[in-house]
Design a protein around this ligand. Structure first.
Ligand code: NDP
Length: 318
């Protein structure tokens, strides 16, 4: 039986995790082989008796099967697994798929949704699945496509501890950290706030580097100092050198998905009537930047080009 990896953390007592896994996972499936899903699903192969993959564009699932030895199946077949993963653009696509396959889901199975989704929709999906003796975990991931490829993603999980206990060995295949952050919806909430914090850092970094460039400092020289100082962030150490300063803007996480995440965080603050002026402003700026592009056509790092159109300064070295 595959055991939970003791190097990972959840809020649940570790020893109780292994004790309460009563059912061995025999079959897993992955629905949505996009930039993230395609790579995440590879880590499941060889760990369970049956590893099924489904993708709307079936050629991608067939390619996955050919490349990694998974089994390309229909959506209905994918829904019969003990642990069902999904990683789709938004909660709306997940809801539509659950509605379609509900009669095929076995009692006792756990649906692990790795989409960056909407907390209220996670709660509704969990209620719907529980009526059928199943569970829904919101389990969004962070770590970009590099983390998906390496199997080191951070997974923030909302939902019943019992369901996480059951699905843990399968989630563990692509995780560097698994944290049970609370009840249904809590995982999606943490993910939305995380990405908004990242957007704030990225936007602020574009402003700071532009000021320095206007004063004759090359962005790379400035980043060498900043990345060894208190202004360092993921944006300054990774996004700017590897995507923006080198003018590569590789498309791995689209700007419309980033705008969606910031929008979810805004809905959360609005629901609780909290003042969050910095988050709100940057969410709005990222939305404006995303509207410069067709859906799915530009990487999130292209927000910098939008800002450059204001300053007329290009964030590259002279
Ligand atoms: P992609 O756009 O690369 O992939 C989306 C996947 O969803 C594709 O497999 C696509 O199928 C499928 N899909 C889209 N619409 C439908 C539909 N109506 N019915 C069925 N399948 C559909 O997205 P990502 O992999 O980049 O992102 C997925 C989720 O993960 C998002 O919520 C995102 O915010 C989150 N995320 C992304 C990260 C990244 O770095 N890319 C990092 C962390 C989280 P098809 O091939 O047919 O188009």
């Amino acid at each position: 039986m595959t055991q939970a990896n003791p190097t990972h953390h959840t809020n649940t007592n570790k020893s109780s995790i292994t004790q309460t896994i009563s059912t061995e996972i025999k079959s897993v499936s992955f629905i949505g082989l996009g930039a993230m899903g395609y790579l995440m699903a590879t880590h499941l192969v060889g760990k369970f008796d049956t590893v099924m993959v489904y993708n709307r564009t079936s050629a991608k699932a067939e390619q996955h099967a050919k490349e990694f030895g998974s089994q390309a199946v229909s959506l209905e077949q994918a829904a019969t697994a003990d642990v069902i993963f999904s990683c789709l653009p938004t909660s709306n696509e997940v809801d539509a798929i659950i509605a379609k396959v509900l009669p095929h889901i076995h009692s006792g199975s756990v649906w692990v949704d790795c989409t960056s989704g909407v907390p209220a929709q996670a709660k509704a999906a969990n209620t719907k699945l529980q009526q059928q003796g199943c569970y829904f975990l919101d389990a969004p991931v962070s770590g970009q496509t590099t983390g998906a490829k390496a199997g080191t993603l951070t997974v923030m999980v909302g939902g019943e501890a019992q369901a996480l206990n059951h699905a843990y060995p399968a989630i563990d295949c692509f995780a560097g950290l698994i944290e049970h952050v609370g009840a249904s919806g809590a995982g999606f909430a943490v993910k939305a706030v995380n990405n908004t914090l990242f957007a704030i850092n990225a936007w602020a970094c574009a402003e700071g580097l532009s000021v320095l460039k206007a004063h004759g400092v090359n962005p790379s020289s400035a980043l060498t100092c900043i990345n060894h100082s208190s202004g360092q962030s993921m944006a300054s150490s990774n996004t700017f050198p590897n995507r923006i300063i080198n003018r590569q803007f590789p498309k791995t996480f689209t700007i419309d998905l980033m705008a969606k995440d910031c929008g979810i965080a805004m809905d959360l603050q609005s629901e609780k009537k909290l003042p969050t002026p910095v988050m709100a402003q940057v969410a709005s700026l990222i939305r404006a930047a995303s509207m410069q592009h067709d859906i799915g056509s530009a990487d999130f790092s292209e927000f910098a080009k939008f800002y450059e159109s204001w300053t007329t300064l290009t964030l590259q070295d002279e």
